[in-house]
Design a protein around this ligand. Structure first.
Ligand SMILES: C[S@@+](CC[C@H](N)C(=O)[O-])C[C@H]1O[C@@H](n2cnc3c(N)ncnc32)[C@H](O)[C@@H]1O
Length: 312
């Protein structure tokens, strides 16, 4: 067995038995305590018993590691589980709220997401979405580039560039943003109104991205009146808060087709998650199935969720 000391487990147990202290004081609880205190002064050599305990600890760790490997459980999953149950979590309001958010999100997943894929992190779900988007592309349209993706919330352009690269130059992305930051407080987080402001400065984006600058309730109706959106395959909702997410989802309702994907960047997993993107989705009345979600990442922080429109 890897990590097993020379002589194997049996030899260690024999050594442990032989190492039994000869002085009666070592067997009494109060005397053991005294020994430990002496140890803190740095003047004592480690008792043979401590050495044995150390070896046993190493063996237990090696055996546990092997069992986890057999069960295909990554030590990181154990760490997450311990983070959730560690006792001091409840001694801090923020930690307690994050813990409740994790639990309510897990309950929600148990009830609603049993048919959906689970990814380790929001980024992994984005990559999965990229794959679905790429496979949804029809042959390049002869009549010039076709609008494929709508992104609501562009900020510095990281995700808009991801979609743009996935679809290539024959297809386009429209990215909506005020570039003035959030239009309302993102309650449950420390992102207040105005967070993410670029002061109106637009990020650099590839040629197949059209940036639509301004508040979504003003820009989206004009955009929908002047663009053919019938080939849109993916909508990315990353406005963070309820109101603009609800406006976007309500206004695009008529252009959604069965099979259109909608990725919510901040769906659940953080305090007050029930009041933002998730609520906007439910209030919009869109009919959908859950396809995938991220369940890992940093505990108590937003996780994303991918849905598919099932009817108009
Ligand atoms: C979290 S950032 C988007 C991040 C981006 N998708 C990325 O992954 O890098 C949210 C963006 O939504 C924009 N936003 C929020 N409310 C808006 C509204 N009512 N109208 C237009 N843009 C808005 C903000 O300006 C901000 O840039």
């Amino acid at each position: 067995m890897p990590g097993e000391p020379p002589g194997g487990l049996r030899a260690v147990l024999v050594r442990a038995k032989e190492a039994k202290p000869s002085h009666p004081a070592h067997t009494a609880g109060h005397s053991t305590l005294r020994t430990v205190r002496l140890g803190r002064t740095g003047s004592r050599a480690p008792a043979p018993r401590e050495g044995v305990l150390k070896i046993i600890g190493k063996i237990v760790a090696a055996v546990l590691k092997k069992i986890l490997a057999e069960l295909r459980i990554h030590p990181r999953q154990i760490r997450h589980a311990l983070n959730i149950v560690r006792p001091h979590a409840e001694s801090n309001v923020g930690e307690a709220l994050r813990l409740r958010a994790v639990r309510s999100s897990a309950d929600f997943a148990t009830e609603n997401l049993s048919n959906a894929l689970m990814f380790e992190s929001p980024d992994e779900l984005r990559q999965h979405t990229v794959g679905l988007l790429a496979s949804s592309l029809s042959p390049p349209p002869p009549a010039g580039p076709q609008l494929k993706v709508l992104e609501f919330g562009v900020w510095q352009g990281n995700t808009v560039r991801l979609w743009a690269a996935a679809i290539g130059p024959s297809f386009t992305v429209a990215g909506f943003d005020s570039f003035q930051g959030l239009s309302e407080h993102w309650t449950g987080t420390n992102m207040g109104k105005g967070s993410f402001s670029l002061g109106g400065r637009l990020p650099a984006v590839p040629d197949n991205v059209e940036l639509v600058e301004g508040w979504v309730d003003e820009t989206l109706p004009r955009f929908l009146g002047s663009h053919d959106c019938s080939s849109v395959s993916l909508v990315h909702i990353d406005f963070d808060t309820y109101s603009p997410s609800f406006v976007a989802l309500s206004l695009i309702g008529p252009i959604l087709q069965p099979g259109t994907l909608i990725l919510f960047d901040d769906f659940f997993g953080y305090p007050n998650w029930q009041s933002h993107g998730y609520k906007a989705l439910i209030d919009s009345g869109i009919s959908f199935d859950y396809l995938a979600f991220s369940g890992g990442g940093q505990g108590g922080h937003p996780q994303n969720c991918l849905i598919e429109v099932i009817q108009k």
